[in-house]
Design a protein around this ligand. Sequence first.
Ligand SMILES: Nc1ncnc2c1ncn2[C@@H]1O[C@H](COP(=O)(O)OP(=O)(O)OP(=O)(O)O)[C@@H](O)[C@H]1O
Ligand SMILES: [Mg+2]
Length: 233
Amino acid sequence: MIAHLELEGAEKVYGTAVRTYALKATTLTIPRGELVVILGPSGSGKTTLLNLVGGLDRPSAGRVAVGGQDLQGLSDDALCAYRREKVGFVFQFFNLIPSLTAWENVAFAAELTGGTEGVDGLLGAVGLGDLGDRFPSELSGGQQQRVAIARALAKRPELLLCDEPTGALDEESGRQVLGLLESAARDGGRTVLVVTHNPTFAAMADRVIRLRDGGVVGVERNDAPQAAHAVAW
Ligand SMILES: Nc1ncnc2c1ncn2[C@@H]1O[C@H](COP(=O)(O)OP(=O)(O)OP(=O)(O)O)[C@@H](O)[C@H]1O
Ligand SMILES: [Mg+2]
């Protein structure tokens, strides 16, 4: 197995007098192209784990490597370049730029890495080919989240990190979003990490990581993941 993500004793500690272990020493290996679901109660360290892998934060100790590159030693500029070039982020509350249309939101990200030729195709792929001219306020929650995914994919990231991407969505919209994340991993060869509170999503993952109180309490490999559309909500 060629590792895409590697954590070796990676931990995140806040505070000095009173130390809070947001993530206790964690060792994980994840191969390229997997769809990984991260489960755990509120405060268990899920976002902390994504932030370390995505270079939004640095470990207090230990090693975090992506594609063979160690992140913990990078300069601020190099870490910023890593995020820009390698990582797509999708958050619970969309974070679209309200004054830009759907098309412009995606184009904004696409411009960072090349050009805007692919924007129409990306919007089409998320089922919004006809709605590129709408502003976020003119789109439903599920549609906004699909724009956010198109935007995250616009720079062709090797890693897609999603923090509760379906948390604000109804069942049908959530299922569509999961289907897109699934094809980003299966067809796009990307490593996709999805944080969720919904344990039913575990059925579609190649791998499930369970966190509790800042520690990994289980990693399961699933040899026969279900298609997203078949997952019971
Ligand atoms: N900047 C910070 N300063 C101090 N403690 C923090 C900070 N960020 C996170 N923590 C703590 O670290 C722990 C893990 O937080 P994290 O955000 O990773 O949890 P989570 O699993 O994503 O929770 P949720 O499901 O509620 O989003 C929590 O106890 C949290 O209070
Ligand atoms: Mg969180």
